[in-house]
Design a protein around this ligand. Structure first.
Ligand SMILES: Cc1cc2nc3c(=O)[nH]c(=O)nc-3n(C[C@H](O)[C@H](O)[C@H](O)COP(=O)(O)OP(=O)(O)OC[C@H]3O[C@@H](n4cnc5c(N)ncnc54)[C@H](O)[C@@H]3O)c2cc1C
Length: 400
């Protein structure tokens, strides 16, 4: 039987859902997109290159109350199927460090273009731009969709693919949660993820603009990479990536000399003192770290004044310096806002959806996919993979 299927949101998840529901069927699909064109966020992904998936994607890369919810999708339409899907649309890919997959052309626009070409080829998908869905209700016969400007539409099945609250300038402002709530679905608490971390600012502010390589630790998780000190806290790829695992952790630590053990470092510092006993502490770390980093680090462990000679450092002070180099702690005060975040942590409670179909367990014919659900991934292509997989499953099953 042919269905009228309404896809709310023309992002990664909604577009693939529409294609999956339309292919080889008489279904009539309409994508309602609040923006003046679909796929704006896809264009911004991966710094315009679109890190479209990750060949290592698995359950440990996902977060939420029940990350195992992804297993339904992993077993049915996961990385290989996604790559095959895009290959059939004409996308060649490159696999880069850590399994990150990009289109060979390095253009996010290529990913959106091929989805659009496919939609144009299928004559049973209609896209309505500038249609911001305000509410959806259900009668015995169908779902009724109402836009903010009062337009009314009907559908037999609904796929909520509105995204979350991250990067609202690219369209996702959180209306999807209200739509799902109106059907009795519960929404967890929501917070920005893949975002810069705010810390107490007394030290970081003074080092604003300085970058260094460090092993960054947050709770049980560590990542090596570039760290940038900012006015409000810490940024850079390693910090950004670990933010998905922030949880209740209140301290973020940097090991700014991770190639040395504590003992080796202690030895190096003794050698430096022997080399230049009369250098002031102000210049002691020149050649090892950025000079200002060295100064801030010593002050943070109470070693002052910096006009002292290196030879005045006693054993306890050297220990304190080494400990701080290996574990420089910054008190976490929060994260930057939704405007800076790439994804939403939290969302519609997954226990209320069927992991194999993405259909609501509360309302027949209602589906949800992508970021609106309580699943968020690490940095590295995992979030788009979730959007593709859950969208595809929602589309195929709504189309049945
Ligand atoms: C700057 C940036 C870079 C990123 N880079 C990557 C990356 O390289 N790799 C990766 O895996 N992930 C990346 N992500 C995350 C990834 O883009 C998202 O997780 C993914 O796009 C979510 O897909 P979605 O379809 O669920 O939501 P979205 O892509 O947000 O799409 C939702 C769509 O619904 C529309 N919409 C919302 N509300 C309504 C409404 N009420 N009515 C009608 N339409 C509505 C929106 O306008 C939007 O087009 C990035 C995110 C950002 C912000």
């Amino acid at each position: 039987m042919a269905n009228r299927i309404a896809v709310i949101g023309g992002g990664a998840s909604g577009l693939i859902a529409a294609i999956a529901a339309a292919e080889d069927s008489d279904n009539q699909i309409t994508v309602y997109e609040s923006g003046d064109r679909v796929g704006r966020k896809i264009l911004a992904t991966g710094n315009g290159r679109c890190n479209m998936t990750n060949i290592n994607a698995d359950v440990e890369n996902y977060h939420g109350k029940n990350p195992k919810f992804i297993l339904g999708a992993r077993n049915k339409f996961w990385v290989n199927e996604t790559l095959e899907f895009f290959s059939d649309l004409g996308i060649e890919v490159n696999v880069e460090e850590d399994g990150k997959v990009y289109p060979y052309s390095n253009q996010a626009s290529a990913v959106l273009d091929v989805l659009r070409f496919k939609i144009d080829e299928l004559d049973n998908i209609k896209i309505i731009n500038s249609f911001e869905v305000k509410s959806v209700s259900k009668t015995k016969e169908c779902f009724n969709i109402v836009s903010y400007d009062g337009r009314k539409e009907k559908a037999d099945k609904i796929i909520v693919a509105t995204g979350g609250k991250a990067a609202p300038n690219l369209g996702s402002k959180g209306v999807g949660y209200e739509i799902l709530k109106s059907f009795g679905h519960k929404i967890t608490s929501l917070s920005p993820s893949l975002v810069q971390i705010k810390t107490e600012t007394d030290v970081v502010k003074k080092l604003k603009g300085i970058k260094l390589d460090a092993e960054v630790t947050l709770g049980d998780n560590s990542e090596f990479g570039e760290v940038l000190f900012t006015e409000y806290g810490l940024s850079g790829p390693a910090v950004f990536s670990l933010s998905s695992r922030l949880g209740d952790n209140k301290v973020i630590s940097l090991d700014i000399m991770s190639k040395y053990s504590y003992e080796q470092l202690y030895e190096r510092i003794l050698q430096r003192i022997a080399l230049r006993p009369k250098i002031t502490l102000e210049n002691f770390f020149v050649g090892m770290f950025n000079k200002r980093v060295g100064q801030a680090l010593m002050k943070s462990v109470g070693i002052e004044p910096l006009s002292r000679y290196a030879l005045t450092l006693n054993e306890k002070e050297i220990s304190r310096i080494c400990s701080a180099i290996k574990k420089w702690d910054f008190k976490v005060t929060g994260t930057m806002s939704w405007n800076n975040a790439q994804v939403t942590k939290g969302g519609a409670v997954t226990g209320e959806f069927n992991p194999n179909t993405m259909e609501s367990k509360l309302v027949n014919g209602l589906f949800a996919s992508g970021e609106v659900l309580d699943i968020d991934g690490d940095c590295g292509g995992y979030n788009l993979q979730w959007a593709w997989s859950s969208g595809y499953l929602a589309g195929v099953n709504a189309g049945k």
